[in-house]
Design a protein around this ligand. Structure first.
Ligand code: SF4
Length: 348
């Protein structure tokens, strides 16, 4: 990954970064005559809890904050909320990915109230692409049209892809659904990502093989990420070779509803067995070395969150492969063109 330029500042001071849609929350609670609500917040929003709970207190609703990890809308805690006697679940920080729920669930997307226009204007000279794909996370999705207009006024052709299987909005990417970027990759020279962090732009770069300019509207930072395809592919190839020497595998599936790719896990276990390997389907909530290390297996195939083998492999003592890589290991498909793992309907 190469860094073009960092610390390009243009961001503004903002006191209330997120829109917690208090009015919508109060309406939802009142309409359902809720007595007790469960609240789920991802790590990045936990510090804002005291700004979230007053909306519940205003209408006399008891709040239980589910304080465990919450990685995405894949991690919906509706079953836990029901066990705790809650009438509803309010899930903050992610858009609905279409999971069925066992009790009424409201998604508060927590969109950021930071207009990226000034940063985009300052960044325009850095944009060398004539045809640009525009992608973002749900936090900035409300500004996508405005940004597209700004770029078009600067003489750039802008393309916004349709949402993939898990995403809700055009232009929205998730770690496990880069479909909207992939679908337009052949029509653009590169991508512009609006948002914070490198998790999503890195995913877009690896899935499309294109340069990604990541613009952070909060810090005003601008960074160009190139998919270091060579190094990435080398690392993954080495991981497959290490795994191939093994005999006993765990196929991991998570109980988190959006990560419960059971059909895929069963299929992979069958393929491993037919190839003469030993395979166990391991069901966990959190996928980590603590949960899986004691089984004494030679390697793992991840049918849970698609990003775990890519972003967290070094946490595991044993090789951990994506489903695609497992099929490469079994000689069922070729390593190139490399396919990033992503959630599709048929796998659940
Ligand atoms: S499955 Fe993984 S990448 Fe997808 S939303 Fe959940 S945590 Fe994020």
């Amino acid at each position: 990954m190469r860094k073009l330029r960092e610390g390009y500042r243009g961001g503004k001071e903002v006191t209330q970064l997120y829109d917690f849609e208090d009015e919508k929350v109060r309406r939802f609670l009142k309409q359902r005559e809720v007595k007790r609500a469960a609240v789920q917040v991802p790590a990045g929003l936990k510090q804002y809890l005291s700004k979230i709970t007053p909306a519940f207190e205003d209408v006399g609703v008891e709040v239980l904050v589910l304080a465990g990890s919450c990685y995405g809308a894949c991690d919906l805690a509706d079953v836990k909320a029901r066990q705790l006697g809650c009438d509803v679940l309010i899930h903050y920080g992610h858009a609905d990915i279409g999971l069925p729920t066992c009790l009424p669930t409201l998604y508060v997307e927590a969109r950021m109230k930071v207009d990226p226009s000034d940063v985009i204007k300052q960044a325009l000279p850095e944009v060398k692409f004539r045809r640009l794909g525009l992608v973002t996370s749900v936090q900035h999705i409300g500004y996508l049209t405005k940004v597209a207009e700004l770029l078009r006024a600067g003489g750039i052709d802008v393309v916004i892809g349709k949402p993939g299987f898990m995403a809700k909005y055009p232009g929205q990417v998730l770690g496990c659904d880069l479909g909207c970027a992939r679908s337009i990759a052949g029509r653009v020279d590169g991508f512009l990502y609006i948002g914070t962090g490198e998790f999503h732009p890195l995913g877009v770069a690896l899935a499309t093989g294109k340069w990604v300019l990541a613009i952070n509207p909060v810090s005003g930072g601008l960074k160009a990420l190139a998919p270091d395809v060579g190094i990435f592919l080398q690392r993954r190839k080495a991981m497959i070779a290490r795994a191939a020497a093994g005999e006993r595998f765990g196929v991991i599936v998570s109980t988190k509803p959006g990560q419960a790719r059971f059909k895929l896990a069963m299929k992979l276990a069958g393929e491993l067995k037919r190839a003469g390997k030993v395979a166990h389907v391991l069901v966990v909530d959190e996928v980590g070395p603590e949960e899986l290390g004691d089984f004494g297996l030679d390697g793992f195939i991840c049918a849970a969150c698609p990003r775990i083998p890519i972003d967290d492999a070094e946490r595991f003592e044993r090789p951990i492969l994506t489903p695609f890589e497992a099929r490469v290991m079994l000689g069922k498909t070729k390593f190139e063109p490399y396919q990033m793992d992503g959630a599709i309907k048929e796998d659940f």
